[in-house]
Ligand binder design. Structure first.
Ligand code: UFG
Length: 323
C-alpha cells in the first residue's frame, strides 16, 4: 500500500515507517522537522519537508502523491507545554489536522490512522481504562486530540473517511536503529537514561504525594515497536474505531528509576519536586479491544526490555541524531 506518514521523522513515526517498509509498504513521509530528525527517516521512504499548517502545499502534495492511506503522527504532544501554550496545540493538532483531512478528501484518500492518546480521558474514575471511559481531558493537549477524534467522526459521516484512532499510552523503548531524541527532553525514560549517561545531574521526580502506592505517578509504558505493529494491523484490516494501545500494566516513576538502575548498572541520582500541572496520577490501559478485534499483542513491552532497548540506543547514540 502507498502510505502517507505525517510526522514520519519523529520518534514514534520513524519506527513505524521502518516497520511499514519491512512489511512491504511504500512510504511518503511529510514532516516539518520541528521535532523530527531527517536522519531518523528510513532511506527507502520518500521524504518531503512540509508543514501541516501550509494548507495549499499539503493539498498539492496529496494530489500528486495519491496515497491509499494516511498515518497521522505529526502534532504537538507534551502535557506541560500545552499548559503554557494552548494556542500552539489547537493550531497544530486541530487546524493542521483539518488541513490534512481536506487534502485527503480532495485527493480521494479515505483511510486514516490517527495518533490519539490516553490523555483524552483526563483523570479516570478507575484504572485500567477501556475505550468506554468518559473522555474528560485535563490539559489542552488531551483536549486538542479529543477534538480531532470528534472531527474525524464528522468527516467519516459526511465524506466517508474511515478513521482508526489509536489512543497511545506511554510510548517508550527503541528499535536497533531509531530511538527517542527530543531537542528539549521532558519524558521520564530518556531523562532517566541521560542521568545514567552522566548528561544530567539527576532525575527530577514530579510529585511524590499522588494517590498511588509509592506517591509517584503511574503510567503504562508501551514499547514503540509494539505501537508500530498496532498501526500495521490497523492498516491491513481497515478497522474503523478507537483503540487503546497499552499493556494493562502500570509502573510508578520510582519503579522506572529502580529498573533503570538495574538495567544500566549506573548510579542515578534523584530529586523530589512538586507535581507537574495537568498530570493525572495513574493511567493504565485495558487494551482487550485491540487484542480481540485486530489480533494485536504486545511482544516487547516488559519494563526491563523497554529500558534495555532504550539504553542500547542512548548508549550508542549519546548525542541522539546529532552525531
Ligand atoms: N516525570 C518525572 N520526571 C521527569 C519526567 C517525567 O517525574 O523528568 C513523570 C511525569 O510527571 C509523569 C511521568 O513521569 O508522571 C511520565 O511523564 P512523561 O513526560 O514521560 O509522559 P506523560 O505521561 O506526561 O506524557 C506522555 C506523552 C504524551 C502522551 C502521554 C500518555 O508525552 O504525548 O504520555 O500518558 F499522551
Amino acid at each position: 500500500m502507498k502510505v502517507f506518514v505525517t510526522g514520519g521523522a519523529g520518534y514514534i513515526g520513524s519506527v513505524c515507517v521502518e516497520e511499514l517498509i519491512q512489511a512491504g509498504h511504500s512510504v511518503v513521509v511529510w514532516d516539518n522537522l520541528s521535532e523530527g530528525h531527517r536522519a531518523a527517516v528510513h532511506p527507502q521512504a520518500v521524504f518531503l519537508q512540509g508543514d501541516l499548517l501550509d494548507r495549499d502545499l499539503l493539498g498539492r502534495v496529496m494530489g500528486e502523491q495519491r496515497p491509499e492511506a494516511v498515518i497521522h503522527f505529526a502534532g504537538k504532544a507534551l502535557v506541560p507545554e500545552s499548559m503554557r501554550d494552548p494556542s500552539l496545540y489547537y493550531r497544530v493538532n486541530v487546524s493542521g489536522g483539518v488541513n490534512l483531512l481536506d487534502a485527503m478528501v480532495a485527493a480521494g484518500c479515505r483511510k486514516i490512522i490517527f495518533s490519539s492518546t490516553c490523555a483524552t480521558y483526563g483523570v479516570p474514575e478507575k484504572v485500567p481504562m477501556n475505550e468506554e471511559t468518559p473522555q474528560k481531558p485535563i490539559n489542552p493537549y488531551g483536549h486538542s486530540k479529543l477534538m480531532f477524534e470528534q472531527i474525524l467522526a464528522w468527516y467519516s459521516q459526511i465524506h466517508g473517511i474511515v478513521p482508526t484512532c489509536l489512543r497511545y499510552f506511554n510510548a517508550s523503548g527503541a528499535s536497533s536503529e531509531r530511538g527517542e531524541h527530543h531537542r528539549v527532553e521532558t519524558h521520564l525514560i530518556p531523562n532517566v537514561l541521560l542521568a545514567a549517561l552522566g548528561q544530567r545531574k539527576e532525575v527530577e521526580i514530579f510529585g511524590t504525594g499522588h494517590a498511588t502506592p509509592d506517591g509517584t505517578c503511574i503510567r503504562d509504558y508501551i514499547h514503540v515497536r509494539d505501537l508500530a505493529s498496532a498501526h500495521i494491523l490497523a492498516l491491513d484490516r481497515e478497522k474503523a474505531g478507537a483503540f487503546n494501545v497499552g499493556t494493562g500494566q502500570g509502573h510508578s516513576v520510582r519503579g522506572v528509576i529502580e529498573m533503570a538502575r538495574k538495567v544500566t548498572q549506573k548510579e542515578i541520582c534523584i530529586s523530589e519536586k512538586p507535581a507537574r500541572a495537568g498530570d493525572p496520577p495513574a493511567l493504565v490501559a485495558a487494551a482487550d479491544k485491540l487484542q480481540k478485534e485486530l489480533g494485536w499483542k504486545p511482544k516487547h513491552s516488559g519494563l526491563e526490555e523497554i529500558l534495555a532497548s532504550a539504553w542500547d540506543w542512548h548508549r550508542t547514540h549519546p548525542r541522539g541524531y546529532s552525531d
